[in-house]
Write a protein that binds this ligand. Structure first.
Ligand SMILES: [Zn+2]
Length: 249
């Protein structure tokens, strides 16, 4: 039985969301067991795992994913996007955030240490999901997602709720080459030498984009410290976690 972690402030009528840990799937080591990324292990296992995620919500929904490339492109989901059978979608678009106002689309971001960020606007009934590794944070994919929600659907930033899922915590996000890789604006979030608090960086980017501080929450789960979650830094060869959000059909 799979059961995702959730955030209370994303519990909005008509919206489903969840951060799935690695348990309850069929993929074999090293991607055991709820690996949700095609191309990261045995394909039939991933298809079955994706069907389990869809079945968890108990409604007919299309799972929509991206070919994530550590950029800042936001993909606007259309009526034909996504699949219900768990199989790989060869039309999968490139991008690092998904945004939709169409009921029955379950948006999924795949990670193993990067931040999955889920968004919902309870007023306009719009949802979004973003993938923010350090490159995504540098490009401010969080603000790009808010901008896409506002630009495409008329969302007001002050109405938008955001939730940060399991990812590298301030305990483990070590950047030896930070002077070269990270902008000066990130330096206030550095502690103990080369460790950075990317959860706080995202919260700052979201409040700068107009979100209210009490509309932002984090699960505060570090993937590297907790072996119930896939972690690239801990395991290198591993599966990918799914973070999902959608409007019920
Ligand atoms: Zn940690």
């Amino acid at each position: 039985m799979i059961r995702p972690d959730t955030l209370e402030h994303l519990a909005i009528p008509g919206v489903v969301h969840g951060f799935f840990d690695r348990n309850g799937g069929v993929s074999l080591p090293p991607a055991d067991s709820l690996n949700l990324a095609h191309g990261e292990g045995e394909e039939e296992g991933v298809a079955e795992n994706r069907r389990r995620v869809l079945a968890f919500f108990g409604r007919d929904m299309d799972l929509v994913t991206l070919r994530q490339v550590h950029g800042d492109r936001v993909f606007i989901v259309g009526k034909r996007d996504g699949r219900r059978d768990g199989l790989a979608d060869h039309q999968t678009p490139e991008g690092d955030a998904l945004c939709s106002d169409i009921p029955g689309k379950l948006l999924m971001i795949l990670t193993a240490d990067c931040q999955p960020i889920l968004f919902a606007d309870p007023v306009k009934k719009v949802v979004a999901a973003a993938h923010a590794g350090w490159r995504g944070s540098v490009q401010n994919i969080a603000a790009a997602t808010v901008k896409a929600m506002a630009g495409n659907y008329g969302c007001r930033p002050e109405d938008i709720r955001a939730g940060i899922g399991p990812s590298l915590g301030p305990c483990c996000a070590e950047f030896v080459n930070w002077k070269k890789e990270l902008p000066p604006a990130f330096e206030p979030f550095r502690s103990n030498g080369n460790l950075f608090d990317f959860w706080a960086i995202t919260e700052k980017q979201l409040t700068d984009a107009g979100l209210q501080p009490d509309h932002i929450a984090s699960l505060n789960v570090c993937t590297r410290c907790n072996d119930g979650w896939f972690s690239y830094r801990r395991e290198k060869n591993t599966g990918r976690l799914g973070a999902v959000i959608g409007l019920l059909p």
